[in-house]
Design a protein around this ligand. Structure first.
Ligand SMILES: [Zn+2]
Length: 466
């Protein structure tokens, strides 16, 4: 009997009808078992095999993928329907953006540009646009953006959806976008009362309508309510809502330069009261930049005690904050290193791409990490490496993503970058050579070295240096 394995190895088992009795049966069984194991080993065939990449921890490994999951990591000698050679390239878990506004994405200039560059003019412009934009407009822009995200290895996004207008067209559009991109991007929606929970007539009712329609996360914007008291009350109200429904809670909290704003404190208190812990995230927290150091020495332990996470958005807040300052101008970033030192999980959020608040943006979370690293002065080698973890692992933790990370049995979602290490990836913000989502290669880009025409110099330049 001859068995042809998938790899072409041939296994032979002899059968002799003239030999009988127990010794023969034992011998035959032994030969069969050995042959079966040999054949089974030879048959190992992955759907996708990535050879020789470097993981973020520096380990060089092959990754064998079967279906939507990682079947093996390590030194792999097996066949595959498709092999990607990643020799020396960085293989990372996908990038994650825990703070975005996809209902407004790619709307820069509509209905006109934000001339002052302030948060307030941005909110006013958006207030006009959200009533002009159709559901189809918003779906079209958002799905185009998701193409960008897929090409950059950004495979999980939490987006705030404005629930202010009674028509809830943004909610309708984003629920549809979530359905469209579900095969390759995890999209979480936050019911976000942009104009305040109490400041507009149906602010609270519309948050609840949005949650009833299937929006995943409770939002909030206490610093935009009429008074500090209203803001505090909105936090108590929304925390209860999240706790009662068993939902996550993500608040635009104190996105202001006001050193006396105290909503972060109230939010931490409510997170502790309801035991929300890591299910709650404080977004922006920029007032903490301006606060008195003594007060912050009390506040940070309260935040740590609550277990809540923090999402600064450095691209946006370095441009929006400090607009009322002459000089020195505040950077408007929350106290990232101090929060991390206290044990708080801090991620980096992107917030906006080409919308009423921000005229640039690329869907590249390495741009976000790059800016965050500079503004927070995270220049020690460990801090730079941490900035990479913030836009991958830490952001995944903030979003509560299950099955995230490069490990045997985990979801086969990953990115191959034209860089050798996480820190080099932040420095170069390099091409994504391949993006794999749930076992499927969804984006590829050829390596694109520059060609030099300089006498006596190399013909090609890649700018990698590690
Ligand atoms: Zn935001």
């Amino acid at each position: 009997m001859a068995t042809k394995t998938n790899q072409g190895a041939t296994v032979c088992v002899s059968f002799c009808p003239h030999v009988a009795g127990w010794p023969f049966l034992m011998w035959a069984t032994f030969v069969f078992m050995v042959a079966s194991r040999w054949a089974a080993k030879g048959r190992r065939m992955f759907d996708l095999l990535i050879k020789g990449g470097t993981l973020p921890n520096g380990q060089v490994a092959d990754i064998g993928i079967q279906g939507a999951h990682i079947a093996e990591i390590g030194k792999i000698e097996a066949g595959a329907k498709r092999v990607i050679m990643a020799l020396g390239d960085l293989i990372s878990p996908p990038f994650v953006d825990p703070h975005f506004h996809m209902d407004a994405v790619l709307s820069y200039g509509l209905p006109r540009i934000n001339a002052s560059g302030t948060l307030i003019e941005g909110i006013a412009l958006w207030g006009e646009l959200r009533d002009l934009a159709t559901v189809e407009d918003m779906i079209g822009r958002a799905v185009t953006y998701c193409d960008w995200a897929a090409s950059m290895g950004l495979l999980a996004i939490r987006t705030h959806v404005d629930t202010t207008p009674d028509h809830l067209r943004g909610v309708e559009a984003m629920l549809e976008v979530k359905r469209i991109v579900a095969p390759y991007i995890d999209l979480q929606l936050v019911a976000f009362p942009q104009d305040g929970l109490y400041r507009v007539a149906n602010g609270r009712a519309n948050v609840i309508r949005a949650l009833d329609k299937g929006v995943d996360v409770v939002g909030g914007i206490p610093h935009f309510e009429r008074t500090m008291e209203d803001g505090a009350e909105s936090l108590r109200d929304l925390a209860r809502l999240a706790a009662d429904r068993g939902l996550m809670w993500d608040v635009h909290c104190d996105e202001t330069d006001d050193p006396l704003s105290r909503h972060v404190e109230t939010m931490a208190r409510e997170v502790t009261r309801h035991g929300l812990g890591q299910r709650a995230a404080g977004s922006h927290l920029t007032s903490m930049h301006s606060m008195d150091n003594y007060y912050v020495s009390k506040l940070i332990p309260l935040i740590a005690e609550s277990g809540m996470t923090a999402i600064p958005n450095p691209l946006i807040n370095i441009t929006l904050q400090g607009r009322h300052d002459s000089y020195p101008k505040r950077r408007g970033l929350t106290r990232v290193k101090e929060l991390q030192a206290a044990g708080v999980t801090v991620g980096w959020g992107q917030d906006c791409v080409m919308d009423p608040w921000y005229s640039l943006g690329t869907a590249d979370m390495l741009d976000v990490a790059f800016m965050g690293l500079h503004v927070a002065q995270m220049t020690h080698p460990e801090e730079m490496a941490r900035c990479f973890r913030m836009v991958t692992e830490d952001n995944a933790k903030i979003m509560g993503l299950q099955d995230f990370g490069l490990r045997k049995g985990g979801l086969a979602s990953l990115v191959i970058l034209d860089a050798a290490t996480p820190t080099e990836a932040i420095r170069l913000r390099p091409d994504r050579l391949a993006v794999v989502s749930r076992g499927r290669v969804i984006s590829e880009k050829a390596r694109n070295d520059a060609r030099l025409s300089l006498p006596g110099r190399p013909a090609q330049v890649r700018r990698r240096h590690s």
